[in-house]
Design a protein around this ligand. Structure first.
Ligand code: HEM
Length: 478
C-alpha cells in the first residue's frame, strides 16, 4: 500500500496493545499536552490497531476539523450520537430548528424559572450544589425538549438520565481505556485480563438503559399530545407536522431528543462547578462582578437578559470560566472518513481525532499566565482575528460539523445562571470549627468531562433583601 508520508509522531507503542497503557491515565489531557510539547501539535498514538490523533493547536484543529469538516465530521458510533451521514444531518437539522439563535428568546421564561428555582435550592441546601446543578440542567433540558416538568431531585426521568450518563462517562469511559467497545472493535477479541475488557458487559447494560431513556420521555410527549393539554416543546413542535411523521422521522426525533439530554448534563455541571471554584478562590473577582451588577441592575430586581450588554465584566468572567475550566478538555472525538495528508503526515481513514482544547486554552502565547483565573484578559481590545483565536467558544463547544448544537441555548442559560447567582449569593471558602478558611481540595476523576470532585465552600444569600427580591420574582411569574 502506498502512503503519502509517515504517520504523525507520537509515543512509542508496545506490541499489539499499542498505547493502551498511556491512555488509561487520569486526566488524559495532561498526558496529551505533554506529548504535544514533545512531538508537536499533531500526535498519533494507537490502541490495538485503532489510531488516535491529538490536535493541540488552533491551527491544526481549524485546518482539519473545521476546514476539512466534510471528511472529519464522522463520529464513533457509541460515544456520541450518530455517524456523519444522512441520519446525522437530519438530526442536526432538527436541532437547529429548535435551537437556532432566533428561537432562543422563546425559551427565556423557562430559563428564568429554572434559574430562580436553582438559586432557591442552593440557598436551602448549599452543600449539595452538584445535585442542584444536575437537577437544573436536566430540568431545563426536559422542559425544552419534552415539555416535561421535573419534580424534585428524585424525578423518574432525571434519575433515568443520570444512570445512562453515569454508565457511559464514568463506568465505561474510565473502565480501563478511554472509549467504549465499539470504537475499538478489536477489543472484543481480547482476553479478560487485558486492560479494557470490562467494557463489554457495561456497554450492554448501558444500551438497555438507553433504550428505556429514549422511549419513556418520548412516549410522555405523545401521550400528553393525545390529551390535548401539553406544554409546547422541541418534540411536540416537530410532531405536530403530521405530514412528516413516519417511522424514520420518529426514530430520528427520539434519539435526537435524547442525545441533547445527555449532552447538556455533565457539560453544564462542569461549567457551573468551575465558576463556583473560581469565585471561592478569587473573592476579588466576585466582588468586582457583584459591584458591576449592583451598579447596572440595582438591588431591587434580578438581572434579566436585557441587562447583558451592560455587564461587560460578567461577560469576561463567563469567558474566563469556559477557558479556565475547560469543560470537555479533549472535546469529543471525530472519526476521519477518508485517508488524509496534513503537512506531509499521513492520517489514515478511521482514525479518531481529538481536539486538545486543554493544550490550546493553556497556551501561554495566547493566554499569558494561562493557569490563573483573570477575566480582565477579555477586556483588552484586540483585533477581531486574535479575539476569535482567544475566544474559548472557538474551542470548548467542539469543532466543525459536529460543534455543539446546544451552544445558543447554553450561551443564554449559563449566562443567566452565573449572573443570577452573583446578584443574589455570596460565595467563599468554608470555615473549620475554629473559623479558619478551608482550602478547597480539587481533584478530577471523570475521564471525559473535567468536573471537579465535590469541594467544600460556603454559599449563602447576600442579604435578606436579596431573598425578598427572589421571592417577589417568583410571585410575579404567571
Ligand atoms: C456548557 C454546556 C455545554 C458544553 C461545554 C458543550 C460542549 C459540547 C462539545 C465539546 C461537544 C462535542 C462537539 C464535537 O464533537 O466537536 C458537544 C456536542 C453536542 N452537544 Fe453540547 N455542550 C454543552 C451543552 C449542551 C446542551 C445544553 C445541549 C442541548 C440541549 C447540547 C447538545 C449537544 C449535542 C446534541 C451534541 C452532539 C453533536 C453531534 O455529534 O453532531 N450541548 N457539546
Amino acid at each position: 500500500k502506498t502512503q503519502a508520508g509517515a504517520l504523525p509522531p507520537g509515543p512509542t507503542p508496545v506490541p499489539i496493545l499499542g498505547n493502551v497503557r498511556d491512555l488509561t491515565a487520569k486526566e488524559l489531557w495532561l498526558t496529551a499536552t505533554k506529548w504535544a510539547k514533545e512531538f508537536g501539535d499533531v500526535v498519533h498514538v494507537h490502541v490495538v490497531g485503532q489510531g488516535l490523533v491529538f490536535l493541540s493547536s488552533p491551527e491544526a484543529t481549524m485546518d482539519l476539523l473545521d476546514k476539512k469538516g466534510s471528511i472529519y465530521g464522522d463520529k464513533p458510533s457509541l460515544v456520541a450520537f450518530t455517524r456523519y451521514g444522512e441520519s446525522s444531518r437530519r438530526q442536526r437539522k432538527l436541532i437547529n430548528q429548535a435551537f437556532g439563535i432566533q428561537v432562543i428568546p422563546s425559551y427565556h421564561p423557562l430559563i428564568e424559572a429554572e434559574t430562580h428555582s436553582f438559586i432557591r435550592s442552593l440557598v436551602a441546601d448549599p452543600s449539595n450544589y452538584i445535585d442542584h446543578t444536575r437537577r437544573y440542567a436536566g430540568g431545563l433540558t426536559l422542559s425544552v425538549i419534552y415539555g416535561y416538568e421535573a419534580v424534585g431531585n428524585n424525578d423518574k426521568f432525571l434519575n433515568l438520565g443520570e444512570e445512562c450518563v453515569d454508565i457511559l462517562s464514568n463506568r465505561i469511559a474510565s473502565g480501563g481505556g478511554i472509549w467504549p467497545v465499539d470504537i475499538f472493535p478489536s477489543l472484543k477479541g481480547l482476553p479478560t485480563w487485558a486492560p479494557g475488557s470490562g467494557f463489554l458487559l457495561k456497554a450492554a447494560q448501558w444500551k438497555a438503559k438507553m433504550e428505556e431513556f429514549v422511549d419513556h420521555p418520548y412516549n410522555f410527549v405523545k401521550a400528553s399530545m393525545k390529551t390535548g393539554s401539553y406544554v409546547p416543546s422541541f418534540c411536540s413542535v416537530l410532531l405536530e407536522d403530521k405530514e412528516k411523521c413516519n417511522t424514520q422521522f420518529e426514530f430520528d426525533l427520539k434519539w435526537t431528543a435524547n442525545s441533547m439530554y445527555s449532552a447538556s448534563m455533565d457539560t453544564t455541571i462542569t461549567v457551573f462547578c468551575h465558576f463556583l471554584l473560581a469565585m471561592v478562590l478569587h473573592p476579588e473577582v466576585l466582588a468586582k462582578a457583584q459591584k458591576e451588577i449592583d451598579t447596572v441592575v440595582g438591588r431591587d430586581r434580578l438581572p434579566t437578559f436585557s441587562d447583558r450588554a451592560s455587564l461587560p465584566f460578567v461577560e469576561a468572567l463567563l469567558s474566563e470560566t469556559y477557558r479556565w475550566g475547560v469543560p470537555v478538555p479533549l472535546s469529543l472525538p471525530h472519526r476521519l472518513m477518508e485517508d488524509d495528508v496534513y503537512r506531509g503526515m499521513f492520517i489514515p481513514k478511521g482514525s479518531l481525532i481529538f481536539g486538545n482544547v486543554w493544550a490550546i486554552t493553556r497556551d501561554e502565547t495566547l493566554f499569558p499566565n494561562a493557569s490563573a483565573f483573570l477575566p480582565e484578559r477579555y477586556l483588552e481590545k484586540v483585533d477581531p482575528a486574535l479575539a476569535k483565536k482567544r475566544d474559548p467558544r472557538t474551542y470548548v463547544f467542539g469543532f466543525g460539523r459536529r460543534r455543539c448544537p446546544g451552544v445558543n441555548l447554553v450561551e443564554s442559560s449559563v449566562w443567566l445562571l452565573i449572573t443570577a447567582v452573583l446578584a443574589t449569593l455570596d460565595i467563599s471558602k468554608a470555615k473549620d470549627d475554629f473559623g479558619n478558611p478551608i482550602e478547597p481540595k480539587i481533584d478530577f476523576n471523570n475521564s471525559v468531562f473535567r468536573i471537579p470532585d465535590k469541594f467544600q465552600c460556603d454559599i449563602r444569600p447576600r442579604s435578606e433583601h436579596a431573598l425578598k427580591v427572589l421571592r417577589e420574582a417568583d410571585a410575579a411569574r404567571p
